[in-house]
Design a protein around this ligand. Structure first.
Ligand code: FES
Length: 104
C-alpha cells in the first residue's frame, strides 16, 4: 500500500498507508488526521478536504478539473498546488506522496 505523508499546519507529519483505489481524503479520515473535514464524503461538493500537494508531486498528481477548480474557488488560501483530496485517487505511483493541510 502506498504511504502518504500528511503535514499539519504546525509542521507535524503523519505517514499512513492508503489503499490503492482509495483517496487522499479517505486516507486522512480513516487515520483520524485532523484538518480534513470531508463534509460531503468525497462528492466534490464541499471543499473541506483541500490540501496543498507538494510541488514535486504536482506533475504526477495533476491539476484540478473545472468542477474541482470551481469548488476550490471558495478556498480562503487558494494556491497553485491546491487540490481537493477526495479527488486524488491513490495509485501505486503515488507512493511517498506529500500533502500539506491548510489552516482551518
Ligand atoms: Fe467534499 Fe472533498 S470531501 S469536496
Amino acid at each position: 500500500m502506498p504511504v502518504v505523508k500528511y503535514i499539519q499546519v504546525d509542521g507535524q507529519a503523519f505517514e499512513v498507508e492508503v489503499p490503492i483505489g482509495s483517496s487522499v481524503m479517505q486516507g486522512a479520515v480513516d487515520n483520524l488526521i485532523e484538518g480534513i473535514a470531508a463534509e460531503c464524503g468525497g462528492a466534490c461538493s464541499c471543499a473541506t478536504c483541500e490540501v496543498y500537494v507538494d510541488e514535486a508531486w504536482m506533475p504526477l498528481v495533476g491539476e484540478a478539473c473545472d468542477i474541482e477548480r470551481g469548488m476550490l474557488s471558495a478556498s480562503r488560501d487558494l494556491r497553485r498546488n491546491s487540490r481537493l483530496s477526495c479527488q486524488i485517487e491513490i495509485t501505486p505511483e503515488l507512493e511517498g506522496l506529500i500533502v500539506a493541510i491548510p489552516a482551518g
